[in-house]
Design a protein around this ligand. Sequence first.
Ligand code: PGA
Length: 251
Amino acid sequence: MKIPLIAGNWKMHNSVSQSTQLVDALIPRLNVIEGVEKLLIPSHTALYSVSQMIKGTDISLGAQGMYWEEKGAYTGQISPAMVKELCSYVLIGHSECRQYFGETDQTVNKKVTAALAHQLVPILCVGENLPQYESGQTAPVIRGQLRDGLRGISLSHPGQLVIAYEPVWAIGTGRSSSVNDLHSVVSRVIRPALASLFGDDLGVQIRLLYGGSVNPQNASDYLSLPQVDGALVGGASLDAEKFIAIAQSAL
Ligand code: PGA
């Protein structure tokens, strides 16, 4: 049995004090939701404070990104070891990083490799943009992102990697994927691609999240799909009530 994972990607929102206020509101109510892994992904500046607050709870912590080198003259970056000191997860290949910050499948591959070398669990984000979706390119785009992003990667157990499928046209737009579309992408594209990369067993056991305008109203529809193991939530994760409701719908 896979434990569902509900992750809140706060993006470039919340100062340290806003972050601690949100975590204060979340802890007592998230902590009583058993059988669901709850993951918070604040900004880098709030990671330390949040890591101290969630000690002793069953809430996990992730970073929104990192560089692949161990250390050195890389102004503005944080290293895998710095992330590992505070977090167990790291987001890699988010479409906003691909779109605004030059992330490519090749840099994704270096980061996934570095994360695994540091026993961090990469949450690899894949997804097609609107022109690709409208021109029927969804399957080849996602296959390419998985193949190139995971090139040379081998896993010894499925918990080492999480995949997040986020159609770019659904992120922050209020326009979410239909459950049928999601089912078809997951069962015809992503699961078979993972099986061909890692073998049938790992291919079905790796946790696969849906992301893109997930909210308390639509979460249970996505989470009811047997091959979807959780959600990567952006906007709605900034609101304690909404994030709690989404986590509850994973039960
Ligand atoms: P959204 O963001 O829920 O605001 O669409 C999802 C994401 O980018 O991870």
